[in-house]
Design a protein around this ligand. Structure first.
Ligand SMILES: Nc1ncnc2c1ncn2[C@@H]1O[C@H](COP(=O)(O)OP(=O)(O)OP(=O)(O)O)[C@@H](O)[C@H]1O
Length: 274
């Protein structure tokens, strides 16, 4: 993947697939007493790119972690209708998580960092080499395999983190504000990278962001959550016949998409502009 090429139109991807994951009436109360989610229901279909937005603290990360099996529900269910379930109650085939911080091991090279998920499964570096190099090529970092994290920019570190998430060839990629700490130009480049990745692999993406602009650029579906306790406030597709590229950012379709997301977000916050 070359970061300078513009991705083709996401709407050309066939999203009329079966439900991949369904949250039904999910509530989550932490031991501190905080009710983070209340009766949240959401179905994500295979091949979708869903952005999850909402007021700060409305439970976006909690929802993502619950989908990833990183936290229990207090009530409700998470179903994987089109997958076989393993002994941990998770679907066979991988779910990968990309966090806001790249969380790389500083003492390991880029290659070693991307190897980690395969190493944890007992796969040696030599056996994993082809998959690691393919993941690095996907994010445009093939030539940096032997570099250490300290030698990389913030955007490159995030690319390594994405490569590490992709190396297991997951069917679901969960991204929790992955680009929030990056400068605007790097963020836009990584947006294009992720779009291209989504189109090339057919992976399903659930992407948490605070950015109306980012969600309107990336997604083919937007889910806006209400203020805590979180649940779905608005859920709508974003359809355009345009390529998502620099021209799209100045188009009427994009302006309308931003306006709609923004309006729903203000509604979800209780109707006031913050
Ligand atoms: N481990 C935890 N223990 C107790 N409370 C928690 C825990 N994790 C999150 N919370 C609380 O649950 C609520 C939802 O948090 P969460 O991080 O899911 O929200 P968010 O929408 O992702 O927030 P932000 O947009 O600010 O990142 C918050 O009030 C938070 O303080």
């Amino acid at each position: 993947m070359t970061p300078t090429q513009a991705p083709t139109t996401p709407t050309s991807v066939d999203t009329r697939k079966r439900a991949l994951v369904t949250m039904r009436g999910v509530s989550k109360q932490f031991s501190s007493g905080t009710l983070a989610l209340s009766d949240m229901s959401l179905t994500v279909e295979g091949g979708e790119f869903v952005s999850l937005l909402g007021p700060s603290g409305c439970g976006k990360s909690t929802a993502l972690r619950i989908i990833a099996g990183l936290g229990d529900v207090t009530s409700g269910t998470i179903d994987w209708p089109s997958s076989r379930i393993n002994s941990k109650g998770l679907p066979e085939g991988d779910i990968s998580f990309v966090f806001q911080e790249p969380t790389l091991m500083p003492w390991q090279t880029v290659f070693g960092n991307v190897h980690l998920p395969l190493k944890l499964r007992g796969i040696s570096k030599s056996a994993a080499r082809a998959d690691i190099m393919a993941a690095l090529e996907t994010v445009g970092l093939k030539d940096f395999a032997e570099a250490y994290p300290r030698e990389l920019s913030g955007g490159m570190k995030m690319r390594v983190s994405i490569a590490r998430a992709l190396v297991t060839k997951p069917k679901l990629l969960l991204m929790d504000e992955p680009f929030a700490a990056l400068d605007e130009i790097t963020r836009q480049k990584l947006n294009d990278d992720v779009l291209r990745l989504w189109q090339e692999t057919g992976i399903t993406v659930i992407f948490v962001t605070h950015s109306v602009f980012e969600s309107a650029y990336l997604s083919n579906r937007i889910v806006v959550m209400k203020a805590r306790p979180g649940r779905v406030h608005a859920d709508f597709p974003l359809v355009t016949s345009l390529e998502r590229d620099a021209h799209y950012r100045t188009s009427e379709d994009y302006r309308q998409a931003c306006e709609k997301v923004s309006t729903m977000l203000i509604e979800a916050m209780g109707g006031e502009e913050h």
